[in-house]
Design a protein around this ligand. Structure first.
Ligand code: SF4
Length: 295
């Protein structure tokens, strides 16, 4: 239900060895161009008037949009220069007063680059939720996959966003430590989630993307991927070991072999029981088939 507004393309931290953005160049969109798109959107939402030099995709999305949510693109729109970001968000708020929420991906580095006051300013302009891939809490895994931040920096970034009142939706990646690093990955990921204590957390399962360094490592025997059932064991270990105040935790993403979800801590026992039932049977028919998995 969100309108997708591009401010950047690519990712400023293009060094993650498992990611399709690996090596991609970061590009910043011109703020005036973004403002023109917002003007066109406003005109269309109020009067259904289209402007000739505006991309058709704007209207294709706008005709099904309820005017309430905007998502800033791309991989880490928060890297957009702060004064320009404020300018674009102010314009969005002026032109689309019914906006309820603006969301964005935010790398931990993006958050660390901003002061708490800057983040508060973004929040006042309705940028109220960050989607952040932390991937792992284990320093060794983070270093090996080129995440560019360590455990303590992840915690610092998470706490900073929370201090500014911004809701956090974090994702971690099952299997990122491979077979050898699995236990440490689980325990440290549970620990980093506990320390940040986000409102939302989601697990993805590692999918090796051809062309990325991690794919190459797996092909050449330097990285041993875990099995589907090991991914469920990792998921169980993270749920078991993490402590939250109130977090919606899920493995609903299409990359996972099994979907579990619930509020933690209250649904912990039920979620663990669901995983234990499947792990006891070890029946591949209970898992999402490989051809239905997505990135
Ligand atoms: S920070 Fe996120 S989007 Fe950027 S390269 Fe790493 S995983 Fe990919």
């Amino acid at each position: 239900m969100s309108y997708f507004l591009p401010l950047t393309s690519g990712c400023s931290n293009n060094t993650c060895t498992f990611c399709g953005f690996y090596g991609a160049r970061l590009r910043m969109r011109d703020a005036d161009e973004a403002r023109r798109e917002i003007d066109a959107l406003d005109l269309y939402m109020r009067h259904r008037i289209t402007v000739p030099d505006v991309d058709d995709v704007v209207y294709a999305i706008a005709q099904h949009w309820d005017g309430r949510r905007v998502f800033l693109q791309d991989g880490d729109a928060i890297v957009y220069p702060f004064p320009k970001m404020v300018e674009v968000l102010r314009h969005l708020n002026e032109k689309l007063p019914n906006l309820e929420r603006i969301g964005s991906y935010a790398t931990p580095q993006d958050i660390l680059r901003r002061t708490v006051d800057e983040l508060r300013t973004l929040k006042q302009l309705k940028l109220t939720i960050f989607y952040t891939g932390i991937e792992s809490g284990d320093d060794e895994v983070l270093r090996r996959v080129g995440k560019g931040v360590d455990h303590n920096q992840l915690v610092e970034a998470g706490r900073k966003a929370k201090e500014a009142g911004i809701t956090l939706s974090l994702t971690v990646i099952l299997g990122l430590g491979g077979v050898e690093g699995s236990r440490q990955h689980v325990l440290e990921t549970a620990r980093v989630l506990t320390e940040i204590d986000p409102e939302y957390a989601g697990a993805l399962t590692l999918t090796l993307v051809p062309g990325t360094p991690l794919y190459q490592d797996a092909m050449e025997g330097r990285f041993s991927p875990i099995s589907p059932f090991q991914s469920l064991e990792e998921l169980k270990g993270i749920i078991e070991n993490a402590s939250f105040t109130d977090c919606f935790f899920s493995s609903m993403h299409a990359s996972n072999y099994l979907s579990v979800r619930g509020r933690l801590p209250q649904d912990k026992r039920r979620m663990l029981a669901e995983l234990e039932r499947v792990l006891a049977k070890r029946d591949p028919a209970l898992l999402r088939p490989e051809f239905l998995r997505g990135l």
